[in-house]
Design a protein around this ligand. Structure first.
Ligand code: NAD
Length: 504
């Protein structure tokens, strides 16, 4: 078994002070409270399996209190009276205060989730901060329109004057997963605050720490009581109660497709508006004219970044047969050179997966593919004291219909397949229940544009992968969900439209 150093590096004084609380509370109506049941559960450092804190086990009773608090903050008090400019300034202050505490946030994210420190410190936490800055600008630009009508039955001498107004959708339930907790949370909170909504946030039971710290920082930035309420706990308890609550107007969910279906079912009671950001099985295509010096490391990074625990991970690589041997050698070489270790060790390029349980599930996909006749070029095993690491893995010769080709593995596992012509690769890329993202590597403009047009994916990158910005809408087609986070369109998730028609 590969030797992996699982000793955590040191954390700074701020993270140490946060962790010293040992038991972390939930935020309801501006107060840090224990759960109604007074039960807690451990959150673990996945690299070592060591408990790093206790989290409140919120349930339906806590969700009910949190929703009541959000409704109160929406209907009265300082929040509805704040001007758009004041909301904008609050969002900017939140970004400033996150920036001032960026090292602490990155360290907590690494300890709780496992990711290599650089992933949080240089990509995800800055990405979260940018969400607040981007939507700070949107708070002052929520506009309706005046509408010329053709109504001709108004009383003699009168006119019709009609206009639309965009208003906050109401109380928002936000449920997020464990793979990139803080940035995915920011993608929900920033536009919802810009729109003037009140929120109940339910982070993943595996990674609640940065949500708790973020809410503390938001209070310091001047967030009025009740505008965001935080209920920690399990999905089937707190999450399910939030999805079903009859006084929640909107649910914004990021997570697996299986849970997305449950969320839709649970939302039926009061016909909540729902946005679903779900799983993916994204194709990456290397055309014969690609710049292989860029495409090979690019394709490796598309799957191995954050241990492959990325919804848009490029997990299916299609290489033109003329470059297939070079590509498979190149990605396998990249995989074996990745340095695994505790995320807090500065030398670490890939940390553990979120839990030993998840690592075992990922390794099972690889073992099953081998039984089905696939070739394991490298990796495939779990590693580390706690078996929470999975060695970066490259698989070849997998059948198109096999589970490793069709299901979301959500780990550092790349399946490489050759292709011969354009139509064949379009068919192969679209042979998936998912439609979240795609990557295309080619020096030819026509191929790039034609492929981008024919692949069913919410986002397509050309000669790159996973280039994110708060301005770029992200979300899925097919069973990857519906609705978009980020970008101007995301604001509409949190707004409702009123039409006013007057006789004047
Ligand atoms: P998950 O679906 O298991 O859990 C996500 C969240 O839902 C957690 O907070 C969980 O507690 C909660 N939950 C679980 N059961 C619930 C229920 N019955 N009712 C309400 N809430 C419930 O997903 P995960 O394993 O935490 O995250 C990984 C998944 O997230 C992957 O499928 C990944 O592709 C997806 N993801 C998608 C995007 C995107 O933008 N499309 C981004 C990141 C992750």
């Amino acid at each position: 078994m590969t030797d992996i150093i699982c000793k955590p590096g040191p954390v700074g004084k701020a993270a140490e002070a946060f962790l010293s609380a040992k038991t972390h509370k939930m935020l309801i109506d501006g107060q840090w409270v224990t759960s109604a049941s007074e039960e807690t559960f451990e959150t673990l450092d996945p690299a070592t399996g060591r408990a790093i804190g206790h989290i409140q086990r919120g349930n339906a009773a806590d969700i009910a209190e949190a929703v009541k608090s959000a409704r109160g903050a929406l209907d009265s008090g300082p929040w509805p009276a704040m001007t758009p400019l004041e909301r904008s300034q609050l969002l900017w202050r939140i970004a400033d205060i996150m920036e001032a505490n960026i090292d602490e946030l990155a360290e907590l994210e690494t300890l709780d989730q496992g990711k290599a420190l650089y992933v949080g410190r240089w990509a995800e936490i800055p990405g979260a901060i940018n969400q607040f800055r981007y939507f700070s600008g949107m708070a002052t630009k929520i506009e309706g329109s005046t509408i010329p009508t053709s109504i001709n039955y108004q009383p003699e001498g009168k006119e019709v004057f009609a206009y639309t107004q965009k208003v906050p959708v109401g109380v928002v339930g936000a449920i997020v997963p464990w793979n990139s907790p803080l940035v995915l949370t920011a993608m929900k909170l920033a536009p919802a605050l810009a729109a003037g909504c009140a929120i109940v946030l339910k982070p993943s039971e595996d990674t609640s720490l940065t949500a708790i710290r973020l809410l503390q920082l938001m209070q310091d930035a001047g967030l009025p009581d009740g505008v965001i309420n935080l209920v920690t706990g399990y999905g089937h308890e707190a999450g399910a109660a939030l999805a079903a609550h009859m006084d929640v107007d909107k649910l914004t969910f990021t997570g697996s497709t299986a849970t997305g279906r449950k969320i839709l079912d649970a939302s039926k009671g009061n016909l909540k508006r729902v946005t679903l950001e779900l799983g993916g099985k994204s194709p990456v295509i290397i055309m014969p004219d690609a710049d292989l010096d860029a495409a090979i490391p690019g394709a490796a990074n598309a799957i191995f970044f954050n241990g492959g625990q990325v919804c848009i991970a490029g997990s299916r690589l299609y290489a033109h047969r003329s470059v297939y041997d070079n590509v498979i050698d190149g990605v396998a070489q990249a995989a074996t050179q990745i340095k695994l270790g505790h995320g807090l060790d500065e030398a670490t390029q890939m940390g553990p997966l979120v839990s030993a349980k998840h690592a075992a599930k990922v390794a099972t996909y690889v073992a099953d593919s081998k039984k089905d006749g696939a070739s394991i070029i490298c990796g495939g095993e779990t590693a580390g004291d706690n078996h929470s690491f999975v060695l970066p893995t490259v698989v070849a010769d997998a059948e198109a219909g096999s589970s490793i080709m069709q299901e979301e593995v959500f780990g550092p596992v790349l399946v490489v397949t050759p292709f011969d012509d354009f139509d064949e690769v379009v068919r192969a890329a679209n042979d998936s229940p998912y439609g979240l993202a795609a990557g295309i590597w080619t020096e030819g403009l026509s191929n790039a544009m034609r492929l981008a047009g024919r692949i069913k994916a919410g986002t397509t990158w050309i000669n790159s992968h996973a280039m994110y910005d708060a301005s770029l809408p992200i979300g899925g087609m097919k069973q990857s969900g519906f609705g978009r986070d980020s970008g101007q369109v995301a604001l509409d998730n949190y707004l409702d439209l009123k039409t006013v028609c007057a006789i004047i």
